[in-house]
Design a protein around this ligand. Structure first.
Ligand code: ADP
Length: 517
């Protein structure tokens, strides 16, 4: 990296695959100023007008899928299949929010809380924050930006995106697509590292961040000082609970996928497994077989591998430390356990004889390891699963789906999938958010996914002819005031307290000129 340019490298080979500018804080401020100029026209287009551009982008995503996958692979060394998932996911999400935005953003007309309020027509309008700042990590270089950029654009906001400095090329490719379709200039990508991200936090009106808990906390502190809202999706240490009545083959294959997809570099990847004692040995054998069968290596345009390289040396070092510390404390590796070949490849790894004192169980690994613990029963599994600072998502594997749901409702996690992994990630109608140190707020959740980028505006409008003065306006008239306050009390209170006897007496005394003492 020089002062002005970031060199992007393929982690499998170390080869330089591109460069992007290191955007200065001043340039970020200029970019946000330009977005502010164009945002009102974008908002004025309304959801139907914006749908036109979002569906054009969707067409572009489909037509450019192979090229996008090439870019993505160049900077991440993902297997071809993984690289193809990002554009497909982007197409699905863009269609959903483009088509539903009009109904999700429609004005609300809540029914008045009291008969007295029926003289007004009540309207809640959803008005976007002018500029939304989206800051993303490196694990899904296209899908992570799209996940939040599209809903914010659909809501009528302009968006400034700061992708990870490790994988900025896919985001730049996406911005090229937005320009190519001729869409209004309300989406800008600024490349750079933490300083550029911090400049976005300094300028935008809403911050949507995905990344580490440490950076999320710093962003939250700055947003609190600026009094701008934010939503954070942070780390995770997702547990999987395997009950004795589970389909062990499905559980083993599902957990192998959940733990090893994208080499475990997924915020919602399975990071620890609790298995009921009667099926523990059988499950460990099946999981070890499933993980040992995974093909580790570098794909070209032909899909030949299941698991690719880790994003960088830093990640490889964390994974190795977690494995080494566990083994030093008595854990056993049933498959994998070490780096292999050139680049940052780490063998898909299963660890047994682990416990809650170990870093592989307590800290986010974000790599291809599956530590497995034997538990006496579901109670112990629930207690251990909840013994974490994180609460992003979890899975429960069982032959009794009702029992699985009962376990789910006792887990401290923003999402629980029964007999599956990641299923909630493909359900945009549901909120995706972390509990505890896994985040604040949520993305998606149907209408909520757009309304979060909006400020609700309450508008009242008279429904009956208006008088020169309302009853409560100046100058105060005690009899009128008593009447209207009494009406409020009658509408809101219960039983005899509906009738304000002291006020009525005071009113009578005032009317007859008696002292009130
Ligand atoms: P990871 O290493 O998992 O990507 P980080 O939290 O370090 O997690 O980075 C996530 C994103 O946050 C990246 O785009 C990074 O450049 C950005 N970032 C890092 N530090 C800051 C900061 N102080 N303010 C805003 N964004 C930041």
């Amino acid at each position: 990296m020089t002062d002005t340019v970031i060199e992007v490298r393929n982690p499998a080979t170390g080869e330089q695959v591109g460069t992007v500018p290191l955007t200065s804080p001043d340039a970020v401020a200029d970019a946000v100023r330009a977005l502010r100029e164009h945002q009102p026209a974008w908002e004025a287009l309304g959801p139907q007008g914006r749908k036109h551009w979002l569906l054009k982008l969707q067409d572009w995503l489909i037509d450019n899928t192979e090229a996008l996958a090439d870019t993505l692979q160049s900077e991440s060394a993902k297997p071809r299949v993984d690289a193809l998932i990002d554009p497909a996911f982007a197409v699905d999400l863009t269609g959903y929010y483009a088509r539903r935005a009009a109904s999700f953003l429609a004005d609300d007309h809540p029914s008045p809380h009291s008969p007295l309020a029926r003289v007004k027509k009540l309207t809640v309008a959803y008005r976007p924050y002018p500029v939304v700042g989206v800051i993303t990590p490196w694990n899904f270089p296209l899908a992570m930006p799209v996940i939040d950029v599209i809903p914010a654009l659909a809501a009528g906001a302009a968006v400034i995106l700061k992708p990870s400095e490790v994988t900025p090329l896919s985001a730049v490719h996406l911005a090229r697509g937005w320009a190519e379709i001729g869409a209004p200039p309300v989406f800008t990508v600024v490349t750079g590292a933490g300083e550029t991200g911090a400049a976005v936090v300094e300028q935008a009106d809403y911050i949507q961040f995905t990344g580490s808990t440490a950076t999320g906390r710093r962003i939250a502190e700055r947003c609190a000082q600026r009094l701008v809202p934010y939503s954070l999706e942070l780390g995770g240490k997702d547990p999987a609970i395997v009950l004795a009545d589970a389909d062990l083959d499905r559980a083993a294959h599902g957990i192998a996928f959940g733990g090893m997809f994208n080499a475990g570099q997924v915020c919602i990847s399975v990071e620890r497994v609790y298995v009921e004692a009667p099926v523990y040995d059988e499950f460990v054998t099946k999981l070890t077989d499933a993980v040992a069968a995974l093909r580790l290596g570098r794909d070209g345009q032909v899909a030949a591998h299941d698991v690719g390289a880790l994003a960088n040396e830093n990640q490889a070092a964390i994974v190795q430390r977690h494995v080494d510390e566990a083994v030093a404390a008595g854990a056993r590796v049933t498959t994998g356990g070490k780096r292999t070949g050139e680049g940052t490849f780490f063998e898909p790894t299963v660890l047994v004889d682990v416990d809650h004192s170990m870093s592989c169980i307590r800290e986010e690994t974000f790599g291809p390891t599956l530590p497995v613990m034997k538990v006496a029963d579901a109670e112990e599994a629930i207690a251990l699963a909840n013994d974490s600072i994180y609460g992003l998502s979890a899975s429960v594997w069982t032959g009794d789906k009702a029992a699985g749901e009962r376990v789910a409702r006792r887990l401290n996690a923003g999402a629980v999938n029964i007999n599956d992994v990641f299923a909630n990630l493909f359900s945009f109608a549901m909120p995706m958010g972390g509990w505890g140190q896994s985040g604040i707020g949520a993305r998606w959740g149907g209408a909520a996914g757009l309304r979060k980028y909006c400020r609700p505006q309450a508008i009242t409008k008279p429904m009956v002819p208006t008088m020169t003065k309302e009853v409560l306006w100046f100058p105060y008239d005690m009899s009128k005031v008593t009447f209207s306050l009494g009406a409020m009390r009658a509408a809101g209170a219960r039983g005899l307290r509906r009738i304000d006897v002291p006020s009525l007496l005071r009113l009578r005394r005032n009317a007859t000129g008696q002292s009130t003492s």
